[in-house]
Design a protein around this ligand. Structure first.
Ligand SMILES: [Zn+2]
Ligand SMILES: [Zn+2]
Length: 214
């Protein structure tokens, strides 16, 4: 069974997730945004072993703890290559937004849409969902009906598209053509705020729901 745990960290209350297979104890960390002791505590109870660190996108609130998390767990860090340029100014952004001592994480592997990654008995599929950033990805555990959306989709909202690489039309297409078809029953966990159901957003989301003409 897939176990999902989360903790909100840093000045933007960014959700860091651990998703693990309860039979094998293998897990991934998603978007370690800082406050490492709290993030690493997600491994207990159960003594989960972090095998990979996946970044949904390159914004500092999602990656500020990735270098430290990689050192603490020995796990490789992975991100879509289209978001690598966010690391160029990561130290300046850190100072600007109130993160201390942030470093660019070492990237061991690039994510691509369609990748299938094994986490113990569970399999996850990478879905490239650009629009909030160019390299934004959502992570889908198909059998468990669980999706991590980063900042692409929130309960009742969508990610901002006014930052470099942002494009509302691209984001709307990602959500309508790649995310909503995954199924109304899919529980999604966004990068900020509470979890929700894709069906509720497909019907009622004020920005990209079915009633909204684009
Ligand atoms: Zn973001
Ligand atoms: Zn964010």
């Amino acid at each position: 069974m897939l176990v999902v745990r989360s903790v909100a960290v840093g000045p933007f209350a960014e959700n860091t997730f651990l998703a693990g297979c309860d039979r094998t104890g293998e897990a991934i960390l998603i978007d370690p945004g800082g406050e490492l002791p709290r993030v690493l505590a997600l491994r207990e109870p159960g003594g989960f072993s972090v095998k990979r660190i996946l970044l949904t996108h390159g914004h500092i609130d999602h990656v500020a703890g990735a270098a430290e998390a990689a050192e603490a767990t020995g796990a490789p860090v992975e991100i879509h290559p289209a978001d690598l340029d966010w690391f160029d100014a990561i130290e300046d952004h850190g100072e600007m937004f109130g993160f201390t001592g942030v470093r660019a994480p070492p990237i061991a592997r690039h994510l691509a849409g369609g990748d299938r990654l094994q986490v113990g008995d569970e399999q996850l599929r990478v879905i490239h969902t650009p629009g909030h950033t160019r390299g934004g990805c959502s992570l889908f555990f198909e059998a468990a009906r669980v999706l991590f959306t980063g900042d692409a989709l929130f309960v009742g909202s969508v990610g901002r598209t006014d930052l470099p690489g942002g494009d509302f039309r691209v984001l709307a297409r990602s959500l309508r053509e790649k995310v909503f078809p995954l199924g109304d029953d899919v529980r999604f966990y966004p990068g900020h705020g509470a979890a929700g159901l894709l069906g509720d957003e497909r019907r009622n989301n004020p920005f990209v729901g079915q009633g909204r003409q684009l």
